[in-house]
Design a protein around this ligand. Structure first.
Ligand SMILES: [Ca+2]
Ligand SMILES: [Ca+2]
Length: 316
């Protein structure tokens, strides 16, 4: 039985390599999808971790913009060639699912930091030559014929200028349909984990928000620990890709009750919550409070504020 599985695997590999078909399984059934000609930017470079934390290695993520699985057998990627034309090339042998993300990692260290729903979301190459420079470099993705499908020549300057330390944070593409090499289409991942390998980017958006909205729900809320409406969620949509958020709760006399976010880096569409406790970890009294939210965008150098009333309710 094991031998038959092995022969079938080898046959499938050869078939996929020779005929450039994508072979993928769904619910235990094998599908064969011919790789109709893959055009430039059908597959895009979507996220790059070029300056990982110590003990971690580089990775990058690609996104399949098409509705078909694409075999990457025979594909390769390389970094920026030196003046003498030398470059580090790594070869691929895998498949990317339709409208899906695939993280290509130098080694398995990222599995210590990031979780994946499925092994379809990443490939571990274990190729010693896989690394990218921290100041600037390029990621060039080529198909089996050597045609460039996408390339990004990034710079560390593409990170959000409002952040002091960006090591361990990836650069994320904001819109997969947007330009590959526009610094406006890239910025620092806002996910607390520092990256979003194998899934949609924290900064992903296709349409730029033009108006600011802040909603509080439930409002009133009753933080009495009975499991019902104990926490209120503050959702904000800002006209920025990302922002530094400060959110404070004041009582009606203007006294600071609680700082719930202090210059926290966030995507422009984000949320924070208040559990009804004050900064001394005491439960806030029943009454009306004011949420004062400040958001600054270092990239556009814009700043906005909003005020919302929040009512803490409870049994008298
Ligand atoms: Ca590096
Ligand atoms: Ca991602």
């Amino acid at each position: 039985m094991g031998k038959r599985v092995c022969i079938v695997s080898v046959s499938l590999f050869l078939l996929s390599a020779i005929a450039h078909v994508a072979i993928y399984s769904h619910s235990g059934i094998l599908f064969f999808a011919p790789n109709s000609e893959v055009s430039a930017c059908d597959i895009v470079i979507n996220e790059i971790m070029f300056d990982p934390l110590s003990g971690q290695k580089e990775w990058f993520e690609i996104y399949n913009r098409t509705g078909s699985a694409v075999s990457l057998n025979g594909w390769s990627f390389h970094d920026r060639p030196t003046a003498s034309g030398r470059m580090k090339t790594c070869h691929l042998s895998c498949t990317i699912q339709p409208e899906s993300f695939l993280c290509i990692a130098a080694d398995s260290s990222l599995l210590e930091l990031f979780s994946f729903y499925s092994s379809d979301q990443y490939v571990i190459l274990n190729q010693a030559s896989f690394s990218f420079n921290n100041d600037s470099d390029a990621v060039v993705l080529c198909d089996a014929s050597g045609k460039t499908i996408d390339s990004v020549a990034y710079s560390a300057n593409w990170h959000n200028p409002g952040l002091r330390d960006v090591s361990g944070r990836s650069l994320e593409r904001i819109d997969p349909d947007g330009a590959s090499n526009s610094s406006n289409n890239w910025s620092t991942c806002s996910d607390p984990a520092g990256g979003t390998p194998g899934r949609a980017n924290s900064l992903f958006r296709t349409v730029q928000q033009t108006e600011k909205t802040v909603t509080v729900s439930p409002n009133p809320f009753s933080p009495d620990g009975d499991g019902f409406e104990d926490v209120c969620t503050i959702k904000f949509k800002l006209p920025y890709v990302s922002a530094l958020i400060t959110a404070r709760i004041f009582d009606v006399k203007g006294r600071l009750v609680r700082t719930i976010a202090n210059v926290r880096y966030s995507s422009g569409n984000g949320e924070i919550s208040w559990d009804g406790m004050d900064d001394q970890n005491r439960r806030a009294r029943i009454g009306v409070y004011i949420l004062f939210l400040e958001a600054s965008d270092a990239q556009s150098r814009q700043y906005t504020t909003s005020k919302n009333a929040i009512v803490v309710a409870g049994k008298l």
